[in-house]
Design a protein around this ligand. Structure first.
Ligand code: AGP
Length: 377
């Protein structure tokens, strides 16, 4: 498969524009119209995958870990399964005590990240050594490369099917990883009867509408972020704030900006600002606040207000409504259910980082010091 930039200036921009297609393929594959009523999503697993499951642990690095954090939110809050996320590099040397009936998920788009593969191998080895069936290794890999080393290592694979990604900064594979977790959350919620038929049907309807929404958002924000990037291209520090299901999107926004623009950026859960980071704020530090309607909407807005009171310039990733008038610049996102919101808020944060880096004339697809997959410890 030969990669071609088509008319795009960089692969990263092309890959951001391919996200509606990534979603479309996912919907076609996992939410076909002929699903039976007791199976809300088509996943390639048999009964033994789901049986007796009590908890989930997820191992990943970088952007894949951010997808895992959204995944953990969904698995816990939507499907009701206790879920923990670990940096694979930390898990290797400080795993938690073994717990029975645990599914371990390794998330790696390349399927070759050394820390993630080693953490999975160590987890399997410890479980085998324990000997009791309740502790037997049950491992799932979520990857964009089903032909990778990961597939040879774990019994279950979810192929995110995002197609080749050339840009070092992950974009469409992040979306694909998120979608994999939406599929898992639907499957677990239904099997455990944690959600009503209507709640499950609503989430599925929103996922089916996603490709169309992503298409409009990418078009809109490609232009808006280009204009906005001109104003922020000389910035030295940026803070990204989010809460709840959108907190990992704040982390991802900061990582994207750091890796391709070399601007210092941090992502925080917005409520944590007053415990220290607020001391960093002044008129030179833009704050990107992800404020989507839901359980923490008012809280995020009031955290943004606190930043504004310190003269920070506020960029909102939020719906256009009277509540969001406090933002100095708005990157509008349609009002959707909170569950689905990270799948939309990711678009402006990717495009903002992209346009800032492109405006600075940087090598967006091959940032300094970085490789597409990190195959050494
Ligand atoms: C993403 O933009 C980064 N390049 C990086 O954090 C990446 O997500 C990380 O190295 C993990 O890669 P993987 O998904 O291939 O395991």
């Amino acid at each position: 498969q030969v990669a071609d930039k088509r008319h795009f200036r960089h692969f990263m921009l092309k890959e951001i524009h391919e996200q509606p297609e990534t979603a479309e393929l996912w919907v076609a594959r996992h939410l076909p119209p002929d699903l039976s009523s007791d199976d809300p999503v088509a996943l390639p697993f048999d009964h033994s995958f789901y049986a007796d499951l009590e908890r989930i642990q997820i191992l990943a690095c970088g952007t894949s870990r951010h997808a895992a954090l959204v995944g953990a939110y969904l698995l816990e809050q939507f499907a009701g399964i206790p879920t923990s996320v670990f940096y694979a590099s930390e898990f290797r040397y400080a795993p938690p005590p073994l717990a029975p009936h645990t599914l371990t998920i390794g998330v790696t788009q390349s399927g070759e990240t050394a820390d993630t593969l080693a953490a999975l191998a160590m987890d399997a080895q410890r479980r085998q050594a324990h000997g009791e069936p309740a502790f037997a290794p049950r491992q799932l890999g979520v990857t964009n490369r089903p032909e990778s080393s990961l597939t040879r290592q774990v019994p279950y694979i979810l192929d995110i099917g995002a197609g080749i990604e050339v840009g070092v900064a992950a974009t469409k594979t992040f979306l694909g990883q998120l979608l994999a977790f939406y599929g898992l959350a639907l499957a677990f919620a239904a099997r455990r009867s944690h959600r009503s038929v209507t709640e499950i049907a609503n989430l599925k309807d929103e996922l089916r509408a996603l490709p169309h929404q992503l298409h409009s958002l990418v078009e809109l924000h490609d232009q808006r972020c280009e204009v906005l990037a001109n104003r922020f291209a000389d910035t030295q520090d940026v803070i990204f704030l989010g809460r709840g299901i959108n907190y990992p999107i704040a982390l991802e926004g900061a990582l994207k900006l750091k890796e391709i623009s070399y601007i210092h950026a941090e992502g925080y859960p917005a409520g944590e600002m007053k415990h220290g980071p607020i001391a960093l704020l002044d008129a030179r530090v833009p704050v990107v606040s992800i404020a989507m309607p839901g359980v923490v909407f008012e809280k995020v807005l009031s955290n943004a207000q606190e930043a504004k009171a310190r003269d920070a310039k506020l960029i909102g990733v939020a719906p256009e409504c009277p509540d969001t008038a406090l933002f100095d610049a708005l990157l509008p996102v349609p009002e959707v259910s909170e569950w689905i919101s990270p799948l939309l808020t990711l678009v402006p944060i990717q495009l903002l980082s992209y346009h800032i880096a492109a405006h600075r004339g940087l090598d967006v697809d091959q940032p300094r010091n970085l490789a597409k997959s990190v195959t050494v410890e």
